[in-house]
Design a protein around this ligand. Structure first.
Ligand code: NAD
Length: 290
Protein backbone atom coordinates (compact mmCIF):
# COMPACT_ATOMS: atom_id res chain seq x y z
CA UNK A 1 0.00 0.00 0.00
CA UNK A 2 2.84 2.46 0.85
CA UNK A 3 3.97 2.18 -2.78
CA UNK A 4 0.61 3.49 -3.88
CA UNK A 5 0.44 6.53 -1.59
CA UNK A 6 1.80 9.78 -2.99
CA UNK A 7 1.12 13.50 -3.08
CA UNK A 8 -1.99 13.03 -5.23
CA UNK A 9 -3.63 10.29 -3.19
CA UNK A 10 -7.28 11.00 -2.43
CA UNK A 11 -8.75 10.20 0.96
CA UNK A 12 -12.03 8.58 1.99
CA UNK A 13 -12.78 8.48 5.72
CA UNK A 14 -14.91 6.55 8.17
CA UNK A 15 -16.10 8.40 11.26
CA UNK A 16 -17.55 6.41 14.14
CA UNK A 17 -16.72 5.05 17.58
CA UNK A 18 -15.87 2.32 18.43
CA UNK A 19 -14.55 1.56 14.96
CA UNK A 20 -11.21 -0.24 15.14
CA UNK A 21 -12.92 -3.63 14.57
CA UNK A 22 -14.49 -2.49 11.27
CA UNK A 23 -13.99 -4.49 8.07
CA UNK A 24 -14.56 -1.39 5.94
CA UNK A 25 -10.92 -0.19 5.75
CA UNK A 26 -9.88 -3.61 4.42
CA UNK A 27 -12.80 -3.69 1.96
CA UNK A 28 -12.01 -0.27 0.56
CA UNK A 29 -8.19 -0.37 0.55
CA UNK A 30 -8.13 -3.84 -1.03
CA UNK A 31 -10.50 -2.51 -3.70
CA UNK A 32 -8.31 0.53 -4.38
CA UNK A 33 -5.22 -1.65 -4.65
CA UNK A 34 -6.94 -4.18 -6.92
CA UNK A 35 -8.22 -1.47 -9.25
CA UNK A 36 -5.02 0.62 -9.08
CA UNK A 37 -6.98 3.62 -7.78
CA UNK A 38 -4.98 6.40 -6.15
CA UNK A 39 -7.10 6.50 -3.02
CA UNK A 40 -6.77 5.59 0.66
CA UNK A 41 -9.49 4.83 3.22
CA UNK A 42 -8.92 5.56 6.90
CA UNK A 43 -11.02 5.07 10.01
CA UNK A 44 -11.22 7.95 12.49
CA UNK A 45 -12.53 7.35 15.98
CA UNK A 46 -14.97 10.24 16.26
CA UNK A 47 -18.10 10.50 18.39
CA UNK A 48 -20.82 13.13 18.61
CA UNK A 49 -18.68 15.65 20.53
CA UNK A 50 -16.13 16.06 17.73
CA UNK A 51 -18.49 15.39 14.83
CA UNK A 52 -18.95 19.02 13.72
CA UNK A 53 -15.17 19.54 13.61
CA UNK A 54 -14.72 16.26 11.72
CA UNK A 55 -17.33 17.27 9.13
CA UNK A 56 -15.66 20.64 8.73
CA UNK A 57 -12.41 18.69 8.29
CA UNK A 58 -13.95 16.76 5.37
CA UNK A 59 -14.62 20.12 3.71
CA UNK A 60 -11.29 21.74 4.61
CA UNK A 61 -9.14 18.75 3.64
CA UNK A 62 -11.19 17.99 0.51
CA UNK A 63 -11.74 14.43 1.68
CA UNK A 64 -13.68 12.78 -1.17
CA UNK A 65 -16.34 11.34 1.05
CA UNK A 66 -16.89 9.44 4.23
CA UNK A 67 -18.66 6.52 5.72
CA UNK A 68 -20.49 7.25 8.94
CA UNK A 69 -21.43 4.76 11.59
CA UNK A 70 -22.73 4.77 15.15
CA UNK A 71 -23.14 7.02 17.05
CA UNK A 72 -23.06 9.55 14.21
CA UNK A 73 -25.61 8.28 11.67
CA UNK A 74 -28.35 10.65 12.80
CA UNK A 75 -26.28 13.34 14.51
CA UNK A 76 -24.52 14.15 11.23
CA UNK A 77 -27.72 15.15 9.42
CA UNK A 78 -27.88 18.84 10.50
CA UNK A 79 -24.19 19.23 9.58
CA UNK A 80 -24.73 18.27 5.90
CA UNK A 81 -25.91 20.39 2.96
CA UNK A 82 -28.25 17.92 1.29
CA UNK A 83 -29.78 14.47 1.81
CA UNK A 84 -30.70 11.78 -0.72
CA UNK A 85 -34.43 10.98 -0.79
CA UNK A 86 -33.80 7.64 1.00
CA UNK A 87 -31.62 9.24 3.70
CA UNK A 88 -34.33 11.83 4.27
CA UNK A 89 -36.96 9.12 4.71
CA UNK A 90 -34.77 6.85 6.82
CA UNK A 91 -33.51 9.73 8.94
CA UNK A 92 -29.95 8.39 8.92
CA UNK A 93 -26.78 8.71 6.86
CA UNK A 94 -23.98 6.18 6.42
CA UNK A 95 -22.27 7.77 3.41
CA UNK A 96 -21.28 11.36 2.73
CA UNK A 97 -20.22 12.54 -0.71
CA UNK A 98 -18.11 15.71 -1.01
CA UNK A 99 -19.52 16.80 -4.35
CA UNK A 100 -16.70 17.78 -6.72
CA UNK A 101 -14.57 18.50 -3.64
CA UNK A 102 -16.65 21.69 -3.35
CA UNK A 103 -17.44 21.19 0.32
CA UNK A 104 -21.10 20.61 -0.59
CA UNK A 105 -21.78 17.48 1.44
CA UNK A 106 -24.57 15.13 0.42
CA UNK A 107 -25.73 12.43 2.84
CA UNK A 108 -26.87 9.02 1.59
CA UNK A 109 -27.89 5.79 3.25
CA UNK A 110 -26.76 2.57 1.59
CA UNK A 111 -27.77 0.01 4.23
CA UNK A 112 -31.14 -0.50 2.55
CA UNK A 113 -29.80 -0.64 -1.02
CA UNK A 114 -27.06 -2.97 0.27
CA UNK A 115 -29.69 -5.30 1.70
CA UNK A 116 -31.68 -5.23 -1.56
CA UNK A 117 -28.56 -6.10 -3.58
CA UNK A 118 -27.78 -8.91 -1.15
CA UNK A 119 -31.27 -10.34 -1.80
CA UNK A 120 -30.80 -9.98 -5.57
CA UNK A 121 -27.43 -11.70 -5.40
CA UNK A 122 -29.22 -14.71 -3.87
CA UNK A 123 -31.71 -14.64 -6.75
CA UNK A 124 -34.55 -13.06 -4.77
CA UNK A 125 -36.78 -10.48 -6.39
CA UNK A 126 -38.87 -8.56 -3.86
CA UNK A 127 -40.88 -6.51 -6.32
CA UNK A 128 -44.63 -7.02 -5.96
CA UNK A 129 -44.04 -9.54 -3.17
CA UNK A 130 -45.22 -9.76 0.42
CA UNK A 131 -42.30 -9.36 2.83
CA UNK A 132 -42.27 -9.89 6.60
CA UNK A 133 -39.64 -7.90 8.50
CA UNK A 134 -38.74 -8.09 12.17
CA UNK A 135 -36.97 -5.10 13.67
CA UNK A 136 -37.51 -1.38 13.33
CA UNK A 137 -34.24 -0.01 14.70
CA UNK A 138 -31.47 1.37 12.48
CA UNK A 139 -31.10 -1.64 10.17
CA UNK A 140 -34.83 -2.40 10.07
CA UNK A 141 -35.75 1.17 9.14
CA UNK A 142 -33.24 1.36 6.28
CA UNK A 143 -34.42 -2.00 4.92
CA UNK A 144 -38.11 -1.12 5.29
CA UNK A 145 -37.81 2.19 3.45
CA UNK A 146 -35.69 0.76 0.62
CA UNK A 147 -37.90 -2.30 0.21
CA UNK A 148 -40.92 0.02 -0.10
CA UNK A 149 -39.09 2.30 -2.56
CA UNK A 150 -38.07 -0.77 -4.59
CA UNK A 151 -41.63 -1.96 -5.07
CA UNK A 152 -42.49 -4.46 -2.34
CA UNK A 153 -46.26 -4.89 -2.49
CA UNK A 154 -46.87 -5.44 1.21
CA UNK A 155 -44.39 -4.93 4.01
CA UNK A 156 -45.43 -6.39 7.33
CA UNK A 157 -43.20 -5.18 10.13
CA UNK A 158 -43.18 -6.89 13.51
CA UNK A 159 -41.34 -5.52 16.52
CA UNK A 160 -41.49 -6.33 20.17
CA UNK A 161 -43.33 -3.70 22.19
CA UNK A 162 -40.19 -1.79 23.21
CA UNK A 163 -38.90 1.78 22.96
CA UNK A 164 -38.31 1.34 19.22
CA UNK A 165 -41.91 0.42 18.39
CA UNK A 166 -42.91 4.08 17.91
CA UNK A 167 -40.05 4.40 15.44
CA UNK A 168 -41.58 1.55 13.46
CA UNK A 169 -44.96 3.27 13.48
CA UNK A 170 -43.30 6.40 12.12
CA UNK A 171 -41.59 4.33 9.38
CA UNK A 172 -44.95 2.85 8.38
CA UNK A 173 -46.46 6.35 8.22
CA UNK A 174 -43.60 7.55 5.96
CA UNK A 175 -43.91 4.51 3.67
CA UNK A 176 -47.66 4.94 3.29
CA UNK A 177 -47.24 8.65 2.59
CA UNK A 178 -44.38 8.33 0.09
CA UNK A 179 -44.70 4.99 -1.70
CA UNK A 180 -47.33 2.58 -3.05
CA UNK A 181 -46.29 -0.12 -0.59
CA UNK A 182 -48.91 -1.28 1.87
CA UNK A 183 -47.00 -1.23 5.17
CA UNK A 184 -48.16 -2.32 8.61
CA UNK A 185 -46.60 -2.78 12.01
CA UNK A 186 -47.77 -5.31 14.59
CA UNK A 187 -46.37 -6.20 18.02
CA UNK A 188 -44.22 -9.31 17.81
CA UNK A 189 -46.04 -10.48 20.92
CA UNK A 190 -48.96 -11.31 18.58
CA UNK A 191 -47.36 -14.60 17.55
CA UNK A 192 -50.37 -15.82 15.59
CA UNK A 193 -50.28 -12.72 13.37
CA UNK A 194 -46.51 -13.15 12.95
CA UNK A 195 -46.80 -16.76 11.83
CA UNK A 196 -49.71 -16.00 9.53
CA UNK A 197 -47.74 -13.15 7.96
CA UNK A 198 -44.73 -15.35 7.26
CA UNK A 199 -46.99 -18.04 5.82
CA UNK A 200 -48.24 -15.46 3.29
CA UNK A 201 -44.79 -13.97 2.56
CA UNK A 202 -42.16 -14.81 -0.05
CA UNK A 203 -39.36 -13.32 2.03
CA UNK A 204 -38.67 -13.00 5.76
CA UNK A 205 -35.96 -10.58 6.90
CA UNK A 206 -34.78 -10.51 10.50
CA UNK A 207 -33.30 -7.06 11.13
CA UNK A 208 -33.14 -7.40 14.91
CA UNK A 209 -30.02 -8.00 16.95
CA UNK A 210 -31.40 -11.40 18.01
CA UNK A 211 -28.87 -14.12 17.14
CA UNK A 212 -25.91 -11.85 17.84
CA UNK A 213 -24.06 -11.83 21.15
CA UNK A 214 -25.34 -11.69 23.88
CA UNK A 215 -28.53 -13.07 22.25
CA UNK A 216 -26.85 -15.83 20.23
CA UNK A 217 -29.07 -18.52 21.77
CA UNK A 218 -32.28 -16.84 20.63
CA UNK A 219 -34.29 -17.08 17.42
CA UNK A 220 -37.55 -15.27 16.68
CA UNK A 221 -38.78 -18.39 14.87
CA UNK A 222 -39.01 -21.60 16.86
CA UNK A 223 -41.88 -23.38 15.13
CA UNK A 224 -40.63 -25.64 12.29
CA UNK A 225 -44.01 -25.30 10.56
CA UNK A 226 -43.12 -21.66 9.76
CA UNK A 227 -40.17 -22.68 7.56
CA UNK A 228 -41.01 -23.54 3.93
CA UNK A 229 -38.62 -24.40 1.11
CA UNK A 230 -39.92 -21.45 -0.92
CA UNK A 231 -39.57 -18.92 1.92
CA UNK A 232 -36.35 -16.91 1.50
CA UNK A 233 -34.80 -15.87 4.82
CA UNK A 234 -32.23 -13.16 5.41
CA UNK A 235 -30.73 -12.49 8.84
CA UNK A 236 -28.87 -9.15 9.02
CA UNK A 237 -26.58 -10.54 11.70
CA UNK A 238 -23.32 -11.99 10.34
CA UNK A 239 -21.41 -12.82 13.53
CA UNK A 240 -21.92 -15.66 14.22
CA UNK A 241 -22.03 -16.61 10.53
CA UNK A 242 -24.86 -19.06 11.23
CA UNK A 243 -27.30 -17.61 13.73
CA UNK A 244 -29.77 -19.78 15.57
CA UNK A 245 -32.46 -18.68 13.09
CA UNK A 246 -30.35 -19.70 10.07
CA UNK A 247 -29.43 -23.06 11.64
CA UNK A 248 -33.08 -23.71 12.44
CA UNK A 249 -34.09 -22.72 8.89
CA UNK A 250 -31.44 -24.96 7.34
CA UNK A 251 -32.42 -27.93 9.53
CA UNK A 252 -36.06 -27.49 8.64
CA UNK A 253 -35.71 -27.39 4.88
CA UNK A 254 -35.25 -23.72 3.95
CA UNK A 255 -33.55 -23.52 0.55
CA UNK A 256 -32.43 -19.89 0.70
CA UNK A 257 -31.33 -18.67 4.13
CA UNK A 258 -28.34 -16.38 4.47
CA UNK A 259 -26.66 -13.96 6.86
CA UNK A 260 -25.88 -10.23 6.76
CA UNK A 261 -22.46 -10.43 5.15
CA UNK A 262 -23.93 -9.66 1.73
CA UNK A 263 -25.74 -6.62 3.12
CA UNK A 264 -22.50 -5.43 4.71
CA UNK A 265 -20.54 -5.98 1.52
CA UNK A 266 -23.06 -4.34 -0.78
CA UNK A 267 -23.70 -1.31 1.45
CA UNK A 268 -19.94 -0.74 1.06
CA UNK A 269 -20.11 -1.30 -2.68
CA UNK A 270 -22.95 1.21 -3.01
CA UNK A 271 -20.99 3.77 -0.97
CA UNK A 272 -17.87 3.08 -3.06
CA UNK A 273 -19.80 3.87 -6.24
CA UNK A 274 -21.29 7.04 -4.76
CA UNK A 275 -17.96 8.42 -3.55
CA UNK A 276 -15.53 7.29 -6.28
CA UNK A 277 -17.87 6.72 -9.24
CA UNK A 278 -16.27 3.27 -9.66
CA UNK A 279 -17.58 -0.24 -9.05
CA UNK A 280 -16.17 -2.05 -6.06
CA UNK A 281 -14.62 -5.37 -7.19
CA UNK A 282 -17.16 -7.24 -5.08
CA UNK A 283 -16.09 -10.80 -5.92
CA UNK A 284 -12.48 -9.98 -5.16
CA UNK A 285 -13.41 -8.34 -1.82
CA UNK A 286 -15.49 -11.40 -0.97
CA UNK A 287 -12.52 -13.66 -1.63
CA UNK A 288 -10.27 -11.50 0.56
CA UNK A 289 -12.71 -11.07 3.44
CA UNK A 290 -14.72 -14.25 3.62
P1 NAD B 1 -31.09 -1.22 16.94
O1 NAD B 1 -30.67 -1.23 18.37
O2 NAD B 1 -31.38 0.07 16.28
O3 NAD B 1 -32.37 -2.17 16.79
C1 NAD B 1 -32.41 -3.43 17.39
C2 NAD B 1 -33.70 -4.14 16.98
O4 NAD B 1 -33.69 -5.46 17.53
C3 NAD B 1 -34.96 -3.47 17.51
O5 NAD B 1 -35.95 -3.59 16.53
C4 NAD B 1 -35.29 -4.30 18.76
O6 NAD B 1 -36.67 -4.24 19.07
C5 NAD B 1 -34.90 -5.68 18.27
N1 NAD B 1 -34.58 -6.63 19.34
C6 NAD B 1 -33.48 -6.69 20.11
N2 NAD B 1 -33.55 -7.73 20.96
C7 NAD B 1 -34.74 -8.36 20.72
C8 NAD B 1 -35.38 -9.49 21.28
N3 NAD B 1 -34.83 -10.21 22.27
N4 NAD B 1 -36.59 -9.86 20.78
C9 NAD B 1 -37.15 -9.15 19.78
N5 NAD B 1 -36.59 -8.06 19.21
C10 NAD B 1 -35.39 -7.66 19.68
O7 NAD B 1 -29.93 -2.00 16.17
P2 NAD B 1 -29.61 -1.95 14.59
O8 NAD B 1 -28.57 -0.91 14.35
O9 NAD B 1 -30.88 -1.92 13.84
O10 NAD B 1 -28.89 -3.36 14.40
C11 NAD B 1 -29.64 -4.56 14.47
C12 NAD B 1 -28.76 -5.73 14.02
O11 NAD B 1 -28.40 -5.55 12.66
C13 NAD B 1 -27.43 -5.82 14.78
O12 NAD B 1 -27.19 -7.17 15.08
C14 NAD B 1 -26.42 -5.29 13.81
O13 NAD B 1 -25.14 -5.86 13.99
C15 NAD B 1 -27.02 -5.72 12.49
N6 NAD B 1 -26.64 -4.88 11.35
C16 NAD B 1 -26.12 -5.52 10.27
C17 NAD B 1 -25.79 -4.77 9.15
C18 NAD B 1 -25.21 -5.46 7.96
O14 NAD B 1 -24.66 -4.78 7.08
N7 NAD B 1 -25.34 -6.76 7.84
C19 NAD B 1 -25.96 -3.38 9.14
C20 NAD B 1 -26.50 -2.77 10.28
C21 NAD B 1 -26.84 -3.54 11.38
Amino acid sequence: MSERLNGHTLLVSLIATPIRHSLSPTMWNESFAKKGMDYAYLAFEVGNEDLADAVQGIRALKIQGSNVSMPNKQAIIPLLDELSPAAKLVGAVNTVVNQNESGHLVGHVTDGTGAMRALQSEGIDIKDRIVTLTGCGGAGTAIAIQAALDGVKELRIFNRDDELYANGQETVRKILENTDCKATITPLEDQEAFKKSIAESSVYIDATSVGMKPQEDLSLIEDPAVIRPDLAIMDVVYAPAETKLLKFARENGAKVAFNGLGMMLYQGAEAFKLITGEDMPVDYVKSVLF
